[in-house]
Design a protein around this ligand. Structure first.
Ligand code: NAP
Length: 274
């Protein structure tokens, strides 16, 4: 495994995403992932699965300290007291005394981000949170959050895949010593049929998912959190460190498309509201 680092945080470059995993299938998936060697798990208050994620980590044959665990405060909990209280409720559900990383899931325009960040600072002071960050933050909001927080912001978790290469945000993170956490790194599966992805997969004797994840982590300071509930997929998503794409291949795969990245996200959201 390779690691990204930011302000003292050291995070495995491949983690497990858990959005839309719930109940026993979430427990089973996280347990299997930990057995396969995953040491980085991403959850959120909004996913409704913190209890299952926590139980899987507690039951696993892996020390809690070996797992980099992220959760996210819902935007509705962005006010100072709500950040503190809801994070404590998350810790209870996760059956742990700390999380490695606490993110604000989305900006909340109704709450001053400086109050949110001050609450996160307090949780860091108390040892209940080790690192802090944000998610879905455009640069202007990120600047505000960074100015308000005493604890350095380690990451911005954003959609990142060949159709959404986030060039500007990535440059910003790199120049400010942060890592970028790539969510939906497989564009929710929609990029796997891309002809260039398929050709490169064949050339390297890898799967399309491995080519796409390799594309992502070959960008400096990028960490990926693909979600899978399939054991074979989980295994292959970890096996990214025995091949390397050329600069030219990376450029070929980079195909910014508002339409395709929007579609990948919408497909997922429609499922959420069904
Ligand atoms: P994703 O990881 O891009 O794609 C997941 C889809 O790809 C699933 O249908 C999965 O199916 C399939 N898949 C995974 N590995 C595969 C493989 N090796 N071969 C073929 N298909 C494969 O999408 P995502 O779940 O949206 O994003 C990942 C994580 O990012 C989430 O779980 C969540 O933790 C985080 N996230 C955060 C935000 C945010 O607002 N911060 C938003 C979205 C997502 P199988 O299960 O059948 O393998």
């Amino acid at each position: 495994m390779e690691y990204a680092e930011a302000y003292g945080a050291r995070v495995p470059k491949v983690g497990l995403g858990t959005w839309q995993l719930t109940g026993e299938s979430c427990y089973e998936t996280v347990s299997t992932a930990l057995e396969l060697g995953y040491r980085h798990v991403d959850t959120a208050q909004m996913y409704g699965n913190e209890a299952e994620v926590g139980r899987a980590i507690t039951d696993a044959d892996v020390d809690r300290e070996e797992v980099f665990l992220t959760t996210k405060v819902s935007p509705r909990n962005a006010r100072y007291d709500d950040v503190v209280e809801s994070t404590r409720a998350s810790l209870d559900r996760l059956d742990t005394s700390y999380v490695d990383l606490l993110l604000l899931h989305w900006p909340n325009p109704l709450v001053s981000v400086s109050k949110t960040m001050r609450a996160m600072d307090r949780l860091v002071e108390l040892g209940e949170v080790y690192n802090v960050g944000v998610s879905n933050f455009p640069q202007v909001f990120l600047d505000r959050a960074r100015a308000a927080a005493e604890t350095p912001i380690a990451t911005n978790q954003v959609q990142f895949h060949p159709y959404k290469p986030q060039r500007r945000m990535l440059r910003y993170c790199q120049s400010e010593g942060m890592f970028l956490t790539a969510y939906s790194p497989l564009a929710r599966g929609t990029v796997l049929d891309d002809e260039d992805v398929r050709q490169l997969a064949e050339a390297y004797d890898k799967t399309p998912a491995q080519v796409v994840l390799r594309w992502a982590i070959q960008h400096r300071d990028v960490v990926v959190i693909p979600k899978s509930s399939d054991e074979e997929h989980l295994r292959e998503n970890l096996e990214l460190f025995d091949f390397k794409l050329t600069r030219e291949e990376i450029d070929t795969l980079t195909k910014p498309s508002l339409l395709k990245s929007g579609k990948a996200m919408l497909d997922g959201m429609v499922g959420e509201f069904r």
